[in-house]
Design a protein around this ligand. Structure first.
Ligand code: HAM
Length: 428
């Protein structure tokens, strides 16, 4: 039979790299959990209309990249391309917006975009995200950005930067839009770009073609057209960012791929990744809740790309990621010691020590090879002598030192725990 491959653009994470993927996912969500954000688990598919209304009908995501199908009940369903619209839907449906505000949530999981696959751009992508709903306080903007910043730093990443700007609000953006459209009318643009300028002029600022870029040097920028409230809000966000110890680049030409952003908007960029350098991004969204049938509440959040953050860690050669997942490997040397080995395994696991046992009656040499491959720092060997004296040999893999210890759990477990904590201290 012919083997079957994964669909194009869909990554597998298999051991040992899956360890790194898991570590990245855990670390990216740790700062949000430490800051009191509650977990929200969301469906992977939703009504198509949610994304059409939430993400914006003129975006590439909605126009070209959604996995949409009709279900058996003739409903149009879409695999979620992003998380924010789904969180809003769930908040409204479960009336979280009627409780104590702001609501602070975090989520993680796969999202789906039918993009052209390349290094760092996948059709199934993984994100860790947060959303804070029901506060316009600039402390929240700074907190959300600082949490993202801390998430990357906790992995040891250093070569990334934060791009920041304000996209204004429903007061000042329409005036700016007209200003920009008037400017674009005076430029020499092709038919398609003209059409884009009519529909979504901000997106023209994102055009990378030299002929266009050259003409846009003097284009008016949103940041120079902010209304007084937006200006003050942005000033305060930056003031609090300083207190949080986060630095940034002013990026007035930033264009995000989703339509809902207002005011504070940001992206984390890692230059080591080539074309797909955005490792995370987010911003404030004022009209999204009401657009989806909820109250007039503002929100802000981010989505951090787990796949790309892993690539960034690899680009920075962050080797501490790759640690083994086992503490101890048990080797029963003879068939007779297998029962003793399993009994020991049970004791270890109950005590919270990550342990595995060598199976299939291997020779001691071959079993040691298997144990070595697991990266477990300690190996417990039970041979005929140990069976007779009811003891085990503890072998420390890094030094090769070994000692015989009574197999009695009240002696053995504390000793192993102490050895493991010393080894961890030495490693860190
Ligand atoms: P986004 O910028 O579309 O924002 O995606 C966030 C991150 O997901 C990107 O910075 C990137 O790291 C990763 N990502 C996006 N597309 C791909 C892909 N095809 N392959 C690999 N990684 C990808 C959002 O999704 C918003 N919902 C974020 C947000 C939350 N804004 C406010 N709240």
């Amino acid at each position: 039979m012919e083997a079957i491959n994964a669909p194009k653009g869909v990554p597998d994470y298999v051991p040992p790299r899956s360890r790194d993927f898991y570590t990245v996912q855990e670390q990216l969500s740790a700062p949000a959990r430490l800051s009191g954000y509650e977990y929200i688990e969301l469906p992977v598919f939703e009504a198509t209309e949610l994304f059409e209304r939430g993400v914006g009908a003129s975006t590439d995501v909605v126009q070209k990249e959604m996995y949409t199908f009709t279900d058996r009940g003739d409903r149009s369903i879409t695999l979620r391309p992003e998380g924010t619209a789904g969180v809003m839907r769930a908040v409204i449906e479960n009336r979280l917006d009627k409780g104590s505000l702001p609501v602070k949530l975090w989520y993680r999981g796969p999202f789906f975009r039918a993009e052209r696959p390349q290094h760092g751009r996948y059709r199934q992508l993984q994100q860790v995200g947060v959303e804070v709903i029901g506060s316009v306080d600039p402390i929240i903007d700074a907190e959300v950005i600082a949490i993202a910043d801390q998430s990357y730093r906790s992995l040891g990443l250093q070569d990334f930067h934060l791009d920041l700007t304000s996209l204004g609000c429903s007061n000042c953006r329409p005036t700016y839009r007209v200003l920009l459209q008037e400017f674009l009318k005076r430029c020499d643009l092709d038919q398609e770009t003209r059409a884009r300028a009519e529909l979504n002029p901000l997106r023209v600022l994102d055009d990378k073609r030299e002929v266009v870029v050259a003409q846009l040097v003097n284009a008016p920028l949103m940041i120079d057209s902010l209304c007084e409230q937006c200006q003050q809000h942005y000033d305060e966000v930056r003031e609090y960012l300083r207190v949080f110890g986060v630095s940034w680049n002013e990026t007035p030409r930033m264009v995000r791929g989703l339509d809902y952003y207002t005011r504070t908007t940001f992206e984390f960029v890692h230059p080591g990744l080539g074309a797909q350098s955005g490792i995370g991004g987010g911003g404030r969204y004022d009209g999204l809740m009401s657009e989806l049938g909820g109250a007039e509440l503002s929100g802000i959040g981010f989505g951090l790309g787990v796949d790309r953050t892993l690539l960034a860690c690899e680009a920075e050669r962050l080797t501490p990621l790759r640690k083994g997942i086992l503490d101890v490997c048990v080797i029963p040397v003879e068939a007779e010691s297998r029962t003793q080995g399993v009994a020991l395994l049970v004791q270890l696991r109950r005590a919270g020590i990550a342990a595995d046992i060598c199976v299939d009656n291997r020779s001691i040499k071959s079993a040691m090879k298997v144990a070595n491959n697991t990266n477990a720092p300690l190996v417990l060997i039970i041979g005929p002598d140990e069976l007779e004296t009811q003891s085990v040999i503890i072998k420390e893999m890094s030094s090769g030192d070994q000692q015989s210890v009574l197999a009695e759990p009240t002696t053995l477990i504390p000793q192993l725990q102490e050895m493991l904590s010393t080894l961890r201290e030495e490693q860190s």
